[in-house]
Structure formats: structure tokens, C-alpha cells
Design a protein around this ligand. Sequence first.
Ligand code: PHE
Length: 362
Amino acid sequence: MEQLETTLAAIAGADTIEAVEALRVAALGKQGWVSALLKSLGGMSPEERTSTGPRIHAAREAVTAALTERRSALENAALDARLAAETADLSLPAPAAPRGTVHPVSQVMDELAEIFADMGFAVATGPEIEDDWHNFTALNMPETHPARAMHDTFYFPDQDAQGRSMLLRTHTSPVQIRSMLSQGAPLRVIAPGRVYRSDSDATHTPMFHQIEGLVIDKGIHLGHLKWTLETFLKAFFERDDIVLRLRPSYFPFTEPSVEVDVGYTLVNGKRVVGGGGDVPGGGWMEVLGSGMVNRKVIEFGGLDPDEWQGFAFGTGVDRLAMLKYGMDDLRAFFDGDVRWLGHYGFGALDVPTLSGGVGVRA
Ligand code: PHE
């Protein structure tokens, strides 16, 4: 069978996968010579078949084995070539100027999570595309409530499949409702995230970040709120001389409501958090909205307000970052300018920890 010799020689000499495939088709394909021989077996006399059959089958096996061997040899060679071409030298030094930084907003959110985790708070989340009920109604702002008008809400033009009016959440407070409904009481959560209001100037952007805090338990009172905020602000600004002033205020979802001011001192004409307050050269600035959770809100959260009480607070994460790290234009936070990020951003190793310091740069 000289065709066998030629085919085996051709397979051994094939130098591409495609060439091997062409040889397979020529021998074993429908019109291939091996297939033709196999077909011819049918027309043979039994004696002929007994003598020729084994030779034909042996030829088929020899060709198949040669094809498999050649194909895998070529595949291995191709893999070796790729491995040689794509090596990464792991012993090379790190680039002299690593690019990319952690945004101050991300850094501050990590700092807040760290501080509150130490006080037993878990991190909760909710959707940024929120329904009217969670954002307003369940927070004691029925449809006619004037406070709704103060939120400069972005509404969606259409209702969702269930007929609900949808909007971009105007604050993180709807996560209070979601947390109560999904986790029940007692509860200790913070909810950091993006919020949206139709507003834009040097201190307002249409998207900004808030962090919400919610504690629900038995016998909770204003003293717990004050201690928690004081402990948080001392840890965040890393100063023991934090002074707070609690002012009566109004939020539909808290009763009583308290606005929290923190004392500042002027340093080179800039307000620096710490000390200050009602002393010469000092002053107050508002940092938080808070209060005892309104009974109606506890009910909307599926809990019995005679059994469970709580406090809640909310504040702007961007503003906290500006106060702590000294930026003065909020809009720059969202410009994506690498020079700004290079200046104000954090390194990947600046992970805030309570033991190492929540604001220390490595
Ligand atoms: N949701 C309020 C705001 O956006 C802040 C707040 C939260 C006030 C929780 C009281 C309690 O201004």
C-alpha cells in the first residue's frame, strides 16, 4: 500500500495544523482514499475480505495515530512559542510612578465603615433608583407634604410595572425603611451611598454622597445619639477636642429633630474642625441632621413604636471629606482630573484602620 507510505511521510512533514487537517480529509474524509478502501470491502468475496480487511483497518489506524501525534506535536510547539513570547518578568521592579489613586470619597467611606464597625454598626445598602414610597411616604412625607418640595427631586417620567412613581433617591434615609423591613429590630446600621438633587454650584452637585445611621433598640434616647455622634466625630477628625452643639430642628422622619454643629477654629483664615465654638476666634458649623426616629417611621418599618425606639442621623460624605482634607470646591470631586486625584487621592496601602489611624497616609 504505497499510498500509506506517502500519507505517513506527508503527515510527518506537515508543519501547520491546517496541513495536518488537509491530510486527514484526503485519507479519512468522505472522499478519502482510506474511506474508499473501507467501502470496497463490501463488494469483496469473503476470502478476499479476510485477507485484505485487516490491512485496510491497520492502514486506517496507522494514519489516525500519525495524525493525532503530529497534531499534538504542532499544538505543543505553538503553546511553547506563545509562552516564550508572553513571559512576564516578575522580578522587574515596580514602576517608579504608580498611577491611579483612591478617591477621597471612597477613602472617607472606608474610614466611616471602620469607625462605625467598631461601634457595632453593619453597612446597609439600598437602590439609587428608588420609589416614591421609600423615599418619601414611609419617611412621614405624604404626597402633599411641603418637605417634598425642598428636595429638588429628579423624577422618572413613567411609572414602573407596579404603577409606582420612581425617582433618584434624594437622601439615604429610605435605607432606614428598607433595613427595618428586611432585618427587624434591634438594628444598628450605616448606609453610605450616592444621592441626587437637581442643584448645582460650588457646594452642590446633582449627585453627591451621604451616609445614614440608624439605631433601633429598647430604651434608646437622645443621650445615645449625642454620645455616638461625638465618638464618631472624634475618631473621624482624630481630635479629642471636638465640641458639639445640638440645635432643635425639623425633619419629618425624626421627632424631636436635632441639627448638630461642630466647633471650629480659624487657622490661617481656614476653618479647622476642633476646639472653637463660642470662644473668640472660633465658631460653629453644621455637620449633621439627626433625631429620634419618628413613631410613624418605626410603624412604616413594620415595628411597634411602643416596644422599639431609635435614633437616626445623616450627613454629606463629600463635605466630611472637604472638611478633613481641605478641598474647597465640591465640583472638582467629580471632574475626574488625574492631577486633582494625584494630589488629593490616596494610595492603595492607605487602608484606614482604627489601630493604625483612620486618616493616616502610608
Ligand atoms: N435625610 C436628611 C437629609 O438628607 C438627613 C437626616 C437623616 C436627618 C436622618 C435626620 C435623620 O437632609
